[in-house]
Design a protein around this ligand. Structure first.
Ligand code: AMP
Length: 117
């Protein structure tokens, strides 16, 4: 894959563009969103290239579980475990997905309204 074909998140994984990293391990990376929609807005992504939630299948069982289990770890690092937070995965056009690399938004720091727009 050429650098031009890489998603912005793959470039972050590969260290080609900077990110404000909160947490990482062998399988995933969490970093602050560049355009935060709440006082705390962190993205959690797998290091493996997976387009979105709809691309997940049985081969991703362990990774998907790991990603979800990493959310509370990141929440504790951010100090938002008591106040609460929202986890969002935008998927596809109507879901509002703009980067074609699976990611979980972790949003916190103010009461979040429901339903989303
Ligand atoms: P989505 O719209 O659900 O695909 O989310 C993509 C998110 O990536 C948006 O919230 C953007 O603000 C965020 N984003 C785009 N480029 C960067 C970047 N270079 N570093 C951090 N976050 C980014």
């Amino acid at each position: 894959m050429t650098s031009e074909e890489k998603t912005i998140f793959k470039k972050i994984i590969d260290g080609e563009i900077p990110a404000n990293v909160v947490f990482q391990d062998d399988l995933c990376l969490a970093f602050h969103d560049a355009f935060p929609q709440a006082p705390v807005h962190v993205l959690l992504i797998p290091k493996q290239e997976i387009e979105n939630v709809d691309s997940l299948d049985d081969q991703h069982r362990d990774l998907a579980g790991h990603l979800l289990l990493t959310v509370p770890k990141v929440a504790r690092l951010l100090g938002i475990e008591d106040s609460g937070y929202r986890v969002v995965a935008n998927c596809g056009k109507d879901g509002g997905q703009s980067v074609d690399h699976l990611h979980l938004h972790i949003l916190a720091g103010r009461p979040l309204t429901w339903p989303p727009g």
